[in-house]
Design a protein around this ligand. Structure first.
Ligand code: GLC
Length: 548
């Protein structure tokens, strides 16, 4: 479908809600100078665990559609839905068997269209999760590719002869442990797979692969999606000669096996940027946003913004807040380094959690999780919030016999498992996620943190998130203003956000002693009492002050 079609589709379904007066000043599409995603807050939905409408224990699209009002009331602007495409679920959707359809567990294409229309009607954008590095081994392309060495699709994946000893072609290690290669008896070669054997790596050096994958993106843009999160973008091109990766001398037992080597040749190759630029070009013709999943040090991360001639993704995910130790000095240093490293025109973004990493409430504790919420929503840049963090959920306990995550099953017991952050969202004191048996159990300690109970509680984490999001929306200085004065004073992290003469000061106490505070008016506190002390910043309190 052409971009004209998509523009018409957007105008038909979206122009009214997105341009309605109450959106003006709230969301960005209204100003042609500012792309919509700069002032937006993105909320990540892990669809298997959000809401189940048909009682099969797995969340689905109709479940999301039924709960859109919750998201609108929360005050977010866009949802990113983790993969919903047909999949054998070896990696719970990150093994895609068809890039242009919906897995029946989640619903149908018609359900998706309804969800999109409903979301747009209430001013919510929808981002899908595109998985370019690998498909499922059940994808028709791979079935053909593995069928014979001279199949026209052979080169759509990465096939190599065995090493002279019959072993894998080189020392590359899968992110889930073990060799990054699987031997295929039928044709006597290994195929590359950076993750599971069920996730063969696509060969992005093949122009037909590029064309087919861009067509898949076009398919969804044609239906009206507002962007993509691009899974493991930095992985998609491998060194053309497949040299061994250098050994990591810092590797110790207890680390994931992937850390035995530095992924020098298996990831982050220069050719990735031309591909990102091609995707960007396509996204820009649809007014859509691309968010790249990239775990790299800041200087490398910045290259994914691309250059003036070849812009890359709009938002290379910035995982500083996920990687950081929770102390004021380190956070100040990371924020400063990141801001300073941004290329001209590069818009920042911040992430507190996702479906792969321990939850913030577990990493820093429930009191500091409130401070973290204020940090996420007052830094300069697009925030991404992971489902359940707005409830302050800690990591769930998943009994050993209920473990599902292939990563935990392959490298058990060293804290790499992702099930604890993927359990169903507690909607009510009884769960309220499904009428059936949920695919992962709801942790009993999550039940008291349920949505219904928190909704009416002025002291709850959910209420704090709603207040922060409402304030951010109503306050240009916080949504898109400048940031300066980032520094640590003892345990207090502080910075200012400003828009012209309007200036706010954020004070975040990461310690457990009260300290005297600046005298300016407190606009919002993270303290459950809802009231700031006129003189002191309490332990584990965050404050937004109006300075001018
Ligand atoms: C990304 C996803 C993760 C998945 C992996 C392989 O890191 O976030 O959940 O397992 O890619 O697709």
């Amino acid at each position: 479908m052409t971009s004209d079609f998509n523009r018409m589709h957007r105008e038909t379904y979206c122009a009214e809600p997105f341009a309605s007066p109450e959106r003006i000043g709230r969301v960005t599409i209204v100003s042609s100078a500012q792309p919509w995603w700069e002032a937006a807050t993105i909320y990540q939905i892990y669809p298997r665990s959000f809401a189940d409408s048909n009682g099969d224990g797995v969340g689905d699209l109709n479940g999301i559609a039924d709960r859109l009002d919750y998201l609108a009331d929360l005050g977010i602007d866009a949802i990113w839905i983790s993969p919903i495409f047909p999949s054998p679920m070896a990696d719970f959707g990150y093994d895609v068997a068809d890039y242009t359809d919906i897995d029946p567990r989640f619903g149908t294409l018609a359900d998706f269209d309804v969800l999109l229309t409903k979301a747009h009607a209430i001013g919510l954008r929808v981002l899908l999760d595109f998985v370019p590095n690998h498909s499922s081994d059940r994808h028709a392309w791979f079935q053909q590719s593995r069928s014979s060495r001279d199949n026209p699709k052979r080169d759509w994946y990465i096939w190599r002869d065995p090493a002279p000893d019959g072993g894998p072609p080189n020392n590359w290690i899968s992110d889930f442990g073990g060799p990054a290669w699987t031997f295929d008896e039928a044709t006597g070669q290994y195929y590359s797979r950076a993750f599971l054997p069920e996730q063969p790596d696509l060969n992005w050096r093949n122009p037909h692969v590029r064309a087919a994958m861009l067509d898949a993106m076009r398919f969804w843009f044609g239906r009206g999606v507002d962007g993509f999160r691009l899974d493991v973008l930095w992985h998609i091109v491998k060194h053309a000669d497949f040299p061994d990766n250098p050994v990591n001398d810092a590797y110790r037992d207890g680390m994931g096996e992937m850390h035995r080597v530095h992924q020098l040749h298996s990831t982050d190759q220069p050719e990735v940027h031309a591909i990102a630029a091609e995707m960007r070009d396509l996204a820009d013709t649809h007014g859509a946003v691309l968010v790249g999943e990239i775990y790299l040090p800041v200087p490398k991360l910045m290259t994914y913004y691309g250059s003036a001639n070849a812009p890359g993704v709009h938002l290379p995910f910035n995982f500083q807040l996920i990687e950081a130790n929770w102390n004021a000095a380190e956070l100040a240093q990371r924020i400063t380094e990141y801001e300073a490293a941004l290329p001209p025109g590069g818009w920042p973004n911040w992430v507190l959690g996702n479906h792969d990493r321990p939850r913030i409430a577990t990493r820093v504790g429930s009191a500091q999780a409130r401070v973290a919420a204020m940090l996420l929503l007052t830094l300069r840049g697009t925030p991404t919030l992971y489902q359940g963090d707005e409830l302050g959920l800690p990591d769930a306990q998943v009994p050993p016999d209920r473990v599902q995550d292939p990563r935990e099953l392959r490298e058990p017991g060293i804290g790499l498992g992702r099930d604890p952050v993927r359990t169903p969202l507690p909607w009510t004191g009884e769960g309220g996620f499904s009428t059936g048996d949920p695919w992962l159990p709801i942790d009993p300690k999550h039940l008291s943190l349920n949505v219904a109970a928190q909704s009416d509680d002025p002291a709850s984490m959910l209420t704090l998130y709603r207040r922060l999001l409402a304030l951010r929306r109503a306050t240009p200085a916080l949504a898109t203003g400048a940031i300066d004065g980032v520094k640590a004073e003892g345990d207090v992290l502080r910075y200012d956000r400003s828009d012209g003469p309007t200036r706010y000061r954020i004070l975040l106490n990461l310690g457990d002693t009260a300290v005297p505070r600046d005298p300016a008016d407190a606009i919002l506190t993270t303290d459950p009492s809802g009231t700031a002390d006129p003189d002191m910043l309490r332990p584990a309190e965050g404050l937004i002050l109006k300075v001018s």
